[in-house]
Design a protein around this ligand. Structure first.
Ligand code: SAM
Length: 315
């Protein structure tokens, strides 16, 4: 595909009259081949230098294929190994799934890995630049024909029920955590710090679209709020499974999982389990593991550990 062109149909509704300005802007981004990383050129912006140093962990193709980033994406993109794990996990639990929705698709870190395993992946983002980066990066990963991108703010799209009747098999969301400052708090307030909506509203909007939901949230998230949101949206008996995700021995965040098919597996499929074990044996590599929670959170845990794979259940 000519680098200046794109398949309009993959940017849903972008040709509508009300998006005239956005469409023009999108065409310009393509025309100028904007936001392409020159991978050997050291970034001047010191605030993203530490992310640039580890750039191949974000997209392993950096250096061999063109990859596109905005300033924000440097600290927002899900590291590739984690995105691969999440996509494989969903595939293992929902082998017949065909449609995945990634609500805050950013630069395509997760969406691209989903698109490698599922035929139809929808991405939503309210940044046109990010949608552009996702599309360009998907071209490099050879999955652009499997993705459909919707420009707009999720709360507004959700209120209009835009994705409610599409037969989405699983919703994934890595919402903005409010920048790297989230770590300065001992406990992350999921109702007031998460953007653009608190956990209960976000979960409700996902539940309207699919029974199977995965949210990628800060490692210090307040678990009591997770329990409350779970009960409020799904009822008193509902459970949320929490998987803590480590990379290089460093706790990166937690995957919060809802839906029988995602929660009720007996153990992780061999393919994933082997990878996890292999990684555990190598301290410099990535592992998926459970982690201790703060004292504040411990009393909220039911600590039900039935399976080989470590996780906690909250409800
Ligand atoms: C943490 S990043 C997602 C990163 C993505 N998972 C990846 O790997 O590239 C969060 C994204 O949410 C988008 N966003 C923030 N507020 C939004 C809103 N109200 N509606 C839709 N997208 C939003 C931002 O533009 C950003 O791209």
């Amino acid at each position: 595909m000519d680098k200046k062109s794109f398949k309009k149909g993959h940017f849903l509704h972008i040709e509508r009259k009300k998006y005239r300005k956005e469409y023009k802007h999108l065409k310009n981004l393509f025309k100028q081949d904007s936001l392409k990383i020159i991978h050997n050129e050291e970034v001047k912006d010191r605030s993203i230098y530490k992310y640039w140093i580890h750039r191949k962990k974000l997209f392993s193709l950096i250096g061999t294929s063109p990859i596109y980033m905005t300033h924000e994406l440097w600290f927002s993109v899900t590291p590739e190994v984690i995105a691969i794990f999440i996509a494989k996990f969903v595939k293992a639990c929902l082998p017949n799934a065909t449609k995945i929705l990634d609500i805050f698709c950013g630069g395509g870190g997760n969406l691209i890995q989903f698109a490698k395993l599922f035929p139809k992946v929808y991405g939503v983002d309210y940044s046109l630049e990010h949608l552009y980066c996702t599309y360009k990066n998907a071209i490099s990963y050879d999955v652009a024909d499997r993705i459909w991108l919707k420009y707009g703010s999720w709360p507004r799209l959700a209120a209009k029920g835009r994705f409610d009747n599409l037969g989405i098999d699983c919703v994934f969301a890595s919402p903005p955590w409010g920048g790297p400052q989230y770590l300065k708090q001992d406990v992350y307030d999921l109702e007031n710090m998460l953007e653009p909506k608190g956990i209960t509203d976000l979960l409700q909007s996902c539940a309207n679209v699919s029974d199977n939901i995965i949210l990628f949230l800060p490692r210090n998230s307040k678990l009591l709020q997770l329990s409350r949101a779970t009960r409020k949206v799904f009822g008193l008996q509902a459970k949320c499974k929490v998987v803590y995700v480590k990379q290089n021995g460093y706790l990166k965040g937690m995957l919060c999982i809802w839906g029988d098919a995602l929660i009720n597996y007996n153990e992780l499929p061999n393919e994933i389990d082997d990878e996890v074990i292999a990684n555990e044996s190598n301290s410099s590599d990535e592992v998926i593991d459970n982690a201790s929670t703060s004292a504040d959170n411990k009393e909220q845990k039911s600590s039900e550990k039935k399976f080989k794979f470590n996780y906690d259940l909250y409800g």
